[in-house]
Design a protein around this ligand. Structure first.
Ligand SMILES: C[S@@+](CC[C@H](N)C(=O)[O-])C[C@H]1O[C@@H](n2cnc3c(N)ncnc32)[C@H](O)[C@@H]1O
Length: 280
């Protein structure tokens, strides 16, 4: 049942409202429609950071033939791929997918329009982007409109990668993540790194309510050193209600963060972690 007035469902995962019903729709309209009032904005903050990491990774000569691909984990409808490879902003995507003119349109027509829209905004420095998400309809849409070059629905929390993802992992040089830190654990990262064939860098935005330390430790075992940008936090979205806010304040305090001016002001905040190969 659709729950609290501001958009989450009444079901909660560890205190955070769940949005499972908007993750696996045939197109992104409900995703943007539900998240707009909550001002979900983390892909906007990630856009310049991922562009920079992607450019630096592409310029890094790892001795392997071909361009390294980006793998966006928890990619959903290909939002980070859209923002990385196209001259488009998250605000424009919100406007596009919540516009009254597009609400009654069949998905096939929206997909045809999107294909043209993104092709027209493709950047000259576009890189190959693969997507991984358990929501099959979402990644199918992203693939259909040309945002992803390949898409996979393996749930690496449950099982190792299947043959198609295993083959694709050989090309991956950068893993990106927004909005997925509450869903995946070190299991997903170790499964991806076990299959890697070229140096993999990781750029991840993770809520302050979640500890990234188990993942940092796991990455260390693969020779990846993680740096945290302590200079700032990134607002992710408004809380659905007071219950969610109380949960977040307690969770960030338990992890040693100060909620003043951040979670206490009504929004989840994320931290940015960057992992690259380095000396111990
Ligand atoms: C909040 S959305 C984030 C989507 C997108 N990255 C963004 O920031 O707009 C979280 C996504 O994680 C996906 N997800 C949940 N569990 C997963 C898992 N085990 N492996 C991969 N994706 C998962 C969901 O299907 C959903 O699309």
């Amino acid at each position: 049942m659709a729950g609290s007035g501001s958009g989450g469902t009444e079901d909660v995962a560890g205190g955070k409202s769940r949005f499972d019903d908007i993750y696996d729709r045939p197109d992104p309209r409900m995703y943007f429609g539900r998240l707009a009032p909550l001002e979900y904005e983390i892909p906007h903050h990630a856009q310049p950071v991922f562009r920079q990491a992607s450019a630096e990774r592409a310029a890094f000569d790892d001795g392997c033939p071909g361009r390294p691909a980006v793998l966006d984990v928890c990619c959903s409808y290909g939002i980070n791929a859209a923002l990385l490879n196209h001259d488009v902003t998250l605000a424009e995507m919100y406007e596009r997918y919540t516009s009254p003119a597009r609400q009654a349109m069949p998905t096939t027509e929206l997909a045809a329009q999107d294909k043209e829209f993104y092709a027209g905004r493709r950047r000259p420095d576009a890189v190959p982007v693969f997507g991984l998400d358990v929501a099959a309809p979402a990644v199918r849409y992203a693939l259909e409109v040309g945002l992803l070059d390949a898409a996979f629905t393996d749930d690496l929390e449950q099982a190792p990668p299947g043959p198609a993802l295993s083959r694709a992992l050989a090309e991956v040089g950068l893993i990106t993540l927004t909005g997925g830190g509450s869903y995946i654990t070190a299991r997903t990262f170790t499964a991806l790194l076990d299959g890697a064939r070229r140096p993999v860098w990781i750029s991840a935005f993770v809520l302050r309510t979640v500890s990234y330390q188990p993942i940092v430790r796991a990455l260390d075992g693969y020779g990846l050193r993680t740096t945290l940008d302590v200079s700032r936090t990134y607002p992710q979205r408004r809380f659905t209600d007071e219950r969610e806010q109380r949960y977040a304040i307690t969770a960030v305090r338990a992890l040693g963060h100060d909620p003043a001016g951040r979670e206490e002001s009504g929004r989840f905040h994320s931290l940015h972690y960057e992992s690259r190969p380095g000396a111990r």
